[in-house]
Design a protein around this ligand. Structure first.
Ligand code: IMP
Ligand code: MG
Length: 169
């Protein structure tokens, strides 16, 4: 598999993102919500560079494939902490059709978050679905419309532990 983004490039970009996010959330009650399982490596590296007091929680969701614009998600693993009165930074692996992100943001707002902003590792240049999120508030890399694996992203659940992001072929 051909490497698209190296571990070193990822680490450098995370430094920049962490500085921006740290500046943005100064003085706010912040909860980072990490989506399972794909965002784990990215979130683990990013969160350790953000110099702010914060809660860290996880959320496992999947979008209903045949009902994409309904705004409904299936919660496989719920939040463990209340998000009421807190500003939520949602950390996700990849923005593709945008359905998962749009539905997860809506779910967190419905759960009472003061604000919800998103940070994704990858923004894939694809046609977003109707009702899908067009963009994230922060992204580490924009990539072409290829299937990638590594650094959290899977192909049939394998490769999540690779340090680089590779084009799966
Ligand atoms: P969306 O709702 O289409 O934006 O779906 C995003 C989800 O699809 C991600 O959280 C991934 O689990 C999966 N996904 C989309 N593209 C890729 C890819 O290139 N590699 C691995 N997973 C992907
Ligand atoms: Mg996946």
């Amino acid at each position: 598999m051909k490497t698209l983004i190296t571990a070193e490039e990822i680490a450098n970009r995370i430094e920049e993102l962490a500085r921006e996010i740290t500046a943005f959330y100064q003085g706010k009650a912040l909860t980072a919500v990490v989506t399972l399982n794909g965002a784990m490596p990215f979130a683990s590296d990013l969160l350790r560079k953000i110099r702010l007091p914060m809660y860290v929680d996880t959320l496992g969701v999947s979008s209903y494939v045949n009902n994409q614009s309904s705004g409904k998600i299936h919660v496989r693993s719920p939040l463990k902490l209340p998000v009421k009165e807190r500003h939520v930074l949602l950390i996700d692996d990849i923005l593709d059709t945008g359905c998962t992100l749009a539905n997860t943001v809506a779910y967190l707002k419905d759960s009472g978050a003061l604000s919800v902003r998103s940070c994704v590792l990858l923004d894939k240049e694809t046609k977003r679905s109707p009702g899908g999120a067009l963009s994230a508030d922060w992204y580490a890399f924009r990539i072409p419309d290829v299937y990638v694996a590594g650094y959290g992203l899977d192909a049939d659940e394998y490769y999540r532990n690779l340090p680089d992001i590779k084009i799966f072929s």
